[in-house]
Structure formats: structure tokens, C-alpha cells
Design a protein around this ligand. Structure first.
Ligand code: NOJ
Length: 740
């Protein structure tokens, strides 16, 4: 449709038709034959049958056949035959599940995330869905928050790179094309800053910190062309984001130039009443529309109240028109007026999902995401070794996360399956030893099936024997691969926790096994940074595997056997204990910083634990070893008009080919606002053969040195800067330069 045709269509629509374009309902409202839902969920929402017939979009329906039928029936009934938009949470894959976003962040490889998003888009689009509620680009600093697994971590620069990459992957150059979908940047804004890491909690943050740390990743996604943005549940400095005019009208629309569709999170408009910021549904609808929220996800606020507000003259109809136009434009950008099914096709859907090409990429991405935290030369294992695979994760196929809603856990390759396939001639034993969680663990409020009885029947039958078998297997083996971790339902929405240790039963298994065999390599499945102090002291190796997705088993075995070499780096700081949280590398300095192991009394420190984390941001080992030369600069000064180059010679001093993520950090030594002790400003993945050396260079110019200055403007300030290049945020390999 032309823009003019869209405007004519808008002019021809009745007020109720327009208001219902702003309503989003779940797929349960459609595809019914008896059409009697008004007595069910609709009456609870306060919407009518007419609203259902006119609602502009649907969430969480899937499958080409079903969605095509819903679309046809809906369009037949609709007075203007406007197509529905189908939206879905496709967070890290549709049916082929890629590693969880936090794991993708650990790859420091935005390109692989882009490819993963593109594969996800291809499966999603064939299944009839037009918009994915992804990527989640919220910055996270508090591992207590359950949703850290949905983010790419604690760093604005890293998050920004991934936000842009994923949007490009989902949308391509033109979301109309087959296999492309519209991406949705979420949750705007600051959701990851929830106080004390408790889900949906208050976010209080200075505007400076908000702009410097939290906003860049949303902006990067918007600059990459994201067609949609989702509001967040939280308040931002005392006002719920969903009705926050400064946030939505000023920061998002005016400053970032976002002109796409703004959708509320699920029921978030109505929740502003519970926040105590709206007096009732009508007030909530009024405030959300004033803030420019276009789609009301799953409440009757807009559908039930906007007409009244227009009629009594409280809001101008033109405000509704603005929102409707944006929605119609998105439908048009997706080509739905001409092709209401887009490229939905049951045959294509069946062909794409889990096809070898998609699985191969999932395997590559999972291997790139794992982080080797420790290795006392016990890894990689050799085929000639006798290996005992022990622990609750050897047969557990629930390795995809609670956000793999369209995935099927049983599609996943387990550790046992992969070990048998990839080490066919080796002497392998397998035992559980213990369960993932204690038997009496209850996931209150969760509807997902508890598969513990299926996975750990042997342990439940005789726990002592299960442990004794594990110990015997460990004793008889050359090396133990101990697969431990969190249950996948311990991460994701509404799973915040105040304790991030592994359960006692798993630690008991570790101690028992370790007592009889020192060569214990722990493989960890988790979505949070966990407390790994004891493991890091006593395990011979730790491979952080996160929630690796469908091809997790294969990818982990590729790494354990040395077919591939670990190259991931931590996208979040791993604390020593709960008391250090929140802990992140790019913090400000205090006026009394702790330097070295300064024993002075009045410095910023804990008296019972070091300030440093257990594992810093950017940290990760390889089977290869890398040495860095000193940093050399093309000049020790620059102006805001020119640039300098910072370089190192990177050498592989190890015995095998490996990939190192070389990281550039910068500090502005003194400025009108305090600046972080260092900030990531560049990274690159370099693969070197043994003995090979390569020069790695980064350009430094105004872009890397700019910040939000005390007067509110954005730019640089002259003065001294420090620069480091190394293999983690703790590198001391640095020098300095001056900006004139
Ligand atoms: C709530 C979550 O916060 C959001 O991320 C998700 O996209 C919506 N529900 C829709 O399922």
C-alpha cells in the first residue's frame, strides 16, 4: 500500500475499529468455533466479542496452518479486511534453540548472534509469525535477577553490538522478505536495574547513569532499524515506564528517533494501577496513550476506555490515529496487506525446523558461548582415556531455558548421547550420582512438567547406591566430567533468587567424586552467574556451558574433546559471594579507592572479602595460550577531529590453534562527571596457530571518548586518558594518551 492509501484507510475506519487495532490478545481468543469466549477470559478483561473480532494483533499463537486459518477467518469478518499481526516470544530460537542470550553474549561474537537470529526468523516466519519479542537488551548487574539469562550482560557496548546484530538478523534489509520478521527491542527501559534483583521491582537510577549505561543498547537496536519497542514493567525514577512521558515521548521518540510501534509489556498498562500511578483502568489508558504506547498487550484498558475518553474530550482522537497509523505502517512494512500469510507455509515450516543447517549453527554458537574458567591441564580429554560422565546433567535434555517457548526440550542432544557419538571407541561410564535439586524442591506457581522422576529414577530409588556408583566410576576413571548446574526453571522471568550457590546435594557429589579422583572437570549449566568459589579452588577444570540450547551436548563434547577450542569470555562479573552483589567492572572510583592490597583502614573495601570478583568481566581461557605485547599508540595525543591507533602484538604461545577475544578498555581520568574506572570500547576475535603472532589494532576517536557531560550535552572533554588492551577487564596491559 502507498502511504496515501494507508491514510485513506485510516480515515475510513470507525473509532472502535481504530481503538481495537491497539488491542493485543492471546491466540486463545481465536480459532474457536463456538465463539463463546465472552463468558471466559474476555469478560475478565472487560472486552466484547466485537473487540475480539477487531483486535489488531495476537500473541503467542504458532504454527503456519493454525495461524493461516485464524488470519483468513479474521480478515473475512473485519470490515476493512485488515490483516492481523502475529507476535511471539522467540528469544533464542524458534524450534532450533540457540544458546541463551547471556551465553551468546559470552561469545563476544555478534555476527554469530546475527546468524542465529536470521535462522530463528526463517523458522518463525515459515510458522506464520510476523513479530518476535526479541532481542531483550536490558543491562544487568545483579545476578539475583532471574532474567539475567535473557540479556547479553553488564556492558553497554557489548549489549549494543548484540542488539544491533540481532535486529539485523531478524529483519534483514527488508522485513517484507521471506524468512524475515520484525524485531522488538525490550524492555524499555532500565528493567534490569530492579532493586535487589527482585523481579518487577523499582528502578531508581540517576539520569546520568541511565543514559551512560542503560540506554545505549536500546538506542543501538533502534538505530539498527527495530520496528518495535516494548515497554518495561518497572518504574523509572518514580514513574512506571509504561506511562512515563519523558521516557517514551522525549527519550525514545524525540531523542532516539524511534518511529515504530511501541507495545506495552503483558498487562503493563493496567499494572500502573497497582503501582499507585493510575487511579483506575481509564486513568491508566489515558496515561499510556499520552506516553505514546501504541499497543495494549492483554488488558481491556484501551479497548474499554479510550472511546469514553475521546467522547468526553479528555484525549483527542488524533492521538489514537497516530498509534493506529504506526500499526498499519508496520503491517504494510511486512507486506501483509498484499500477502496476509506472508511466507507462512506448513510444508516450509516442517522443512526448516531443526534442519541440519540450523542445527549446525546452533552447535557452532553453543561452542562459541562456553567459557573455560579454569583448566589445570585436565582438558581436553583424549580418546584413550577412561572417562566417567557423572552428574544430574548427563541425561537432562532441559538445557534450553524457560524462554525457549516454541522449542521442544526433547529435541536437545544430551551429554550422554553426544559422548557416545563422538567418543565411540573410548571407555566411558555414565552415572547420575544425584539429582539436580533435592527431591522435595517445589517450583511454586510453575505449570511446566517436573521431569525429575524421569531423569533421576535411579537416584530416587536408592540415593546411597547412586552416590556410591558415581564414586566408584570416578575412582576407576582417568578423568571425571561432572555435569552440574541450575534447573532451567531457576532462571527466566519471575525467578529471582537470594542464593546463587549450587544445591548442597550437588556439592556433596562434587566432594565425594573429588576425594577419589583429582581430575574432575566440572561442566556447568546455568543462566545466572553462580557462586563458584569452592569449585574454583577444588575442581581441576570448569567449563561454563550456560543453557546451551538444542545442540548443547554436541557443542560441549566438541570442546571437551578438543575438536573445538573454548573462546568465550564472561559477559557478566562472577562474584565471590552474595554480599558483593551488585558487582560490575565498569564502576566509578570512590574518593578512597583500594589500591592493590592496601592494608589501610579508611579505604573503600570490605573487611571480610576482597573487592575483586571471583572471575572478572571479559575473562575466559583457551587450550591455547596467548601473550600480549605492551600497548603501542600511533600518537600519544589526538584532537576530537582525528584518531589514533592502539595496537598490541598477540602471540599464540600454546600448542594448539585458538581464538582470543582481544579487548580494548579506556578510562577518562578526570571529567565534569565521574567516569568509570574503565569501559569496554572495542573487541575482536583473533584466531592464531601455535607460534603465530598478529598485530591487533583499535582506532580511538571521538566516538570512544564521548560521554554525557555535566551540562547534559554529549561529547568529549580534553585531558588524560588511559587505555588497556588485553584478554579481560582485569588486564593491566595499558598506557596513556591525551585528548587536546
Ligand atoms: C512478559 C515479558 O516480560 C516479555 O518479555 C514478553 O515478551 C511478554 N510477557 C510476552 O510474552
Amino acid at each position: 500500500m502507498t502511504d496515501q492509501e494507508l491514510h485513506l484507510l485510516l480515515e475510513d475506519m470507525s473509532l472502535q475499529e481504530k481503538i481495537d487495532q491497539l488491542l493485543q490478545l492471546t491466540a486463545d481468543f481465536y480459532g474457536k468455533t463456538d465463539r463463546d469466549v465472552v463468558t471466559g477470559p474476555a469478560s475478565e478483561l472487560g472486552i466484547s466479542m466485537e473487540d475480539i473480532d477487531l483486535a489488531g494483533s495476537v500473541l503467542n499463537g504458532t504454527g503456519a496452518k493454525a495461524l493461516m486459518q485464524i488470519q483468513d477467518a479474521y480478515m473475512d469478518r473485519h470490515p476493512h479486511h485488515i490483516p492481523l499481526l502475529f507476535m511471539m516470544d522467540v528469544i533464542h530460537g524458534y524450534r532450533t534453540i540457540f544458546p541463551a542470550p547471556i551465553a551468546q553474549g559470552a561469545s563476544f561474537d555478534p555476527e554469530i548472534s546475527k546468524r542465529a537470529a536470521s535462522v530463528a526468523a526463517r523458522e518463525t516466519s515459515a510458522a506464520g509469525i510476523h513479530v518476535v519479542f526479541s532481542p531483550m537488551v536490558d543491562l544487568v548487574r545483579d545476578p539475583r535477577w532471574g532474567r539475567v539469562m535473557e540479556s547479553t550482560g553488564e556492558d553497554p557496548y557489548l549489549n549494543s553490538r548484540f542488539a544491533a546484530a540481532q535486529i539485523h538478523g531478524f529483519q534483514g534489509d527488508d522485513m517484507k522478505e521471506d524468512g524475515k520478521v520484525c524485531g522488538c527491542i525490550k524492555h524499555f527501559a532500565g528493567y534490569g536495574g530492579a532493586e535487589a534483583g527482585r523481579e518487577y521491582n523499582t528502578v531508581q537510577v540517576s539520569e546520568h547513569t541511565f543514559r551512560e549505561y542503560y540506554l545505549p543498547s536500546y538506542e543501538a537496536g533502534i538505530k539498527a532499524g527495530a520496528g518495535m519497542v516494548m515497554t518495561s514493567f518497572n518504574t523509572v525514577n518514580d514513574i512506571p515506564a509504561t506511562i512515563n512521558q519523558k521516557l517514551m515521548r522525549q527519550m525514545l521518540r524525540e531523542e532516539m528517533g524511534f518511529d515504530g510501534v511501541l507495545i506495552s509489556d503483558y498487562a503493563a498498562i493496567l499494572e500502573t494501577v497497582a503501582h499507585g500511578a493510575s487511579s483506575d483502568k481509564k486513568d491508566a489508558a489515558h496515561k499510556a496513550l499520552l506516553a505514546g504506547v501504541d499497543i495494549d498487550m492483554m488488558t481491556g484498558c484501551y479497548a474499554g476506555e479510550l472511546a469514553k475518553l475521546v467522547k468526553e474530550g479528555t484525549i483527542p482522537e488524533s492521538l489514537i490515529d497516530e498509534s493506529v497509523l504506526r500499526i498499519l505502517q508496520l503491517k504494510n512494512q511486512l507486506g501483509l496487506f498484499e500477502h496476509p500469510h506472508k511466507d507462512a507455509d506448513p510444508e516450509k515450516e516442517a522443512r526448516y525446523i531443526l534442519c541440519p543447517e540450523h542445527r549446525a549453527l546452533a552447535r557452532e554458537a553453543a561452542a562459541a558461548s562456553c567459557v573455560l574458567l579454569k583448566n589445570d591441564k585436565v582438558l581436553p580429554i583424549r580418546p584413550s582415556q577412561k572417562v566417567a560422565f557423572i552428574g544430574p546433567y548427563i541425561d537432562n535434555y532441559e538445557i534450553c531455558s524457560s524462554w525457549a517457548v516454541t522449542g521442544h526440550p526433547e529435541d536437545s542432544v544430551t551429554i550422554r548421547q553426544a559422548a557416545k557419538e563422538l567418543l565411540p571407541d573410548s571407555d566411558l561410564t555414565f552415572c547420575h550420582g544425584t539429582t539436580l535439586l533435592p527431591r522435595d524442591h517445589v517450583f511454586a506457581g510453575f505449570a511446566e512438567p517436573n521431569r525429575a522422576e524421569e531423569f533421576y529414577a535411579d537416584v530416587f530409588a536408592d540415593p546411597e547406591k547412586a552416590l556410591a556408583d558415581a564414586v566408584a566410576a570416578a575412582k576407576a576413571a582417568d578423568v571425571v566430567i561432572l555435569c552440574l548446574g541450575e534447573h532451567y526453571l531457576q532462571t527466566g522471568e519471575a525467578t529471582s533468587r537470594t542464593e546463587l550457590s549450587l544445591p548442597e546435594n550437588q556439592m556433596e557429589l562434587f566432594c565425594a567424586v573429588k576425594t577419589v579422583n583429582p581430575n574432575v572437570a566440572v561442566v556447568l549449566f546455568n543462566g545466572h552467574p553462580l557462586l563458584l568459589d569452592e569449585l574454583s579452588r577444588n575442581a581441576a577444570a570448569i567449563l561454563q556451558a550456560w543453557l546451551p540450547g538444542t545442540e548443547g551436548g554436541h557443542a560441549i563434547l566438541d570442546l571437551l574433546t578438543g575438536t573445538k577450542n573454548p573462546s568465550g569470555k564472561l559477559p557478566m562479573t562472577f562474584p565471590r559471594n552474595m554480599g558483593q552483589i551488585p558487582i560490575y567492572y565498569n564502576h566509578f572510583s570512590t574518593g578512597r579507592p583500594l589500591t592493590g592490597t592496601d592494608p589501610q583502614r579508611f579505604v573503600s573495601k570490605y573487611t571480610d572479602t576482597p573487592n575483586t570478583p571471583l572471575f572478572p568481566f571479559g575473562y575466559g581461557l583457551s587450550y591455547a595460550e596467548f601473550s600480549y605485547s605492551d600497548v603501542s599508540l600511533s600518537s600519544d595525543s589526538l584532537t576530537s577531529e582525528d584518531s589514533i591507533t592502539a595496537s598490541v602484538q598477540l602471540k599464540n604461545t600454546g600448542a594448539c590453534t585458538g581464538t582470543e577475544v582481544v579487548q580494548l578498555y579506556i578510562q577518562d581520568v578526570a571529567a565534569s562527571t565521574v567516569r568509570p574506572v574503565r569501559e569496554l570500547k572495542g573487541f575482536t576475535r583473533i584466531t592464531l596457530t601455535p607460534g603465530e603472532t598478529q598485530t591487533v589494532s583499535f582506532r580511538i576517536s571521538e566516538a570512544e571518548l564521548s560521554f554525557h557531560r555535566a551540562d547534559g550535552s554529549y561529547g568529549t572533554e580534553p585531558g588524560a586518558f588511559r587505555v588497556w588492551i588485553g584478554g579481560s577487564s582485569a588486564t593491566e596491559n595499558g598506557t596513556g594518551f591525551t585528548l587536546r
